[in-house]
Design a protein around this ligand. Sequence first.
Ligand code: TXA
Ligand code: MG
Length: 336
Amino acid sequence: METKIFTTNEIKQAAKLIQAGELVAFPTETVYGLGADATNESAVKQVYLAKGRPSDNPLIVHVADVATVEKYAQTIPAAAYKLMKQFWPGSLTMIFTLKPGVLSKSVTGGLATAAFRFPDNDATRKLIELAGRPIVGPSANTSGKPSPTTAQHVYHDLNGKIAGILDDGETKVGVESTVIDMSTAMPVILRPGAVTKSQIEAVIGSIENNHHHVGEKETPKAPGMKYTHYSPKAQVTIFDPTTDLTRLNEWLNQQTQAIGLMLSNDVKAKLTLNKNIETYSLGNNLQDASHALFAGLRYFDEHSEINTILVQAFENQGLGTAYMNRLEKSAGGSHF
Ligand code: TXA
Ligand code: MG
C-alpha cells in the first residue's frame, strides 16, 4: 500500500478512511499523530502494529469537544473543567477514570483510565468532526524514534504501513503535550510538555510531578515513560553551554571523524568549528529549539557517516523541562 498524502482541502477523504477503519496520520500543534477510529478495536490494534509499539502503552484519545470526554469519563473534576477552559484546544492531555467498558482494552492498555486531548489544529478538528468519532493518536513515528514534526517524517517511518497522512506543514511546538493525571485526588504531571507546571498551577493550584526516569522492570504511571525514546541511529550526547564550551571547542577541534552538532545561533558564534563538524541550528531560543529538536535528530539520521551528535542543553524550567526530558531520553543519560 502506497501511503497517500492529503492536503487540507482533502480532509473529507481522510475522514472516510478513518470511518472505514484505516490509519491516517494527522497534524497537531505538538507533533503528528497516528490516527484511527478510537471505537474500532481492530483499527486501534493496527496502530500498535504499524508503530511497533508495546501493547501495554496506552493511546491518547483525541476529541474536538468536551461532550465526547463526558460521554466516556466516569468523573471529570471541577479542576479539569478549569484546565479545559484555559488550555483546550491545546497541548494538555488529561487522564480520567472511564465508565466501565466504554473503550476497548487496546486503547487503554487494560487500564481503568484513558487520556484525552483536544489538539489545536483546525484541519484535525475538522477531521475528528467529519469522522464523527474520537481518534486515537500516538505520535506517528516508528516506536523508539524521534516524534514526527512534518508529514515527511511520518512518510519516512510509516510509508506502506498506513493509508494516509493529512499534511498541514511543520508543527508549531515540536514537543508532545503535557500529560496530567486528573483521576487522583492530587493531579500529577506524568509527562512534561508545552503547557508548563506553573501555567497549570496558576489555574488550579498546587500539583505534583512524577516523570522521573524509571527502569524497564518498574511500572511507571504513564506506561510510555519506561521505553527507550527519541533515539536516532547515532549516539546523542548533551552539552551544557554554560559550563562546557571551552572543553567542547578543544574536543571538537581534535576530532577527525564527522560530528553532528545541534546548537543555538548565539552558542555557535562562540565556537571555532573545523569542516568535520556539521551543525544543525536550534534557532535563537528555547521555543525554536523545542521546535527543531526532533527534526534535527532525524536530519542526522539521514547522514549515515555521523555516529555522534552533540546537542545543547537548555535550562530545566518551563518549556525547558519538556525539552530536557526529551533530550535526556534521546541521549540515554550521556553528558559531555
Ligand atoms: O502531543 C501529543 O500528546 C501527541 C499528539 C499526537 O497528540 N501524542 C503523543 O502520544 O505523544 P504518545 O502515545 O506518543 O504518548 C502518550 C503518552 C504515553 O507516555 C502513554 O503511556 C501516556 O501518554 N498515557 C496514555 N494513556 C494513559 C493512561 N490512561 N494513564 C497513564 N498514561 C497514559
Ligand atoms: Mg510517542
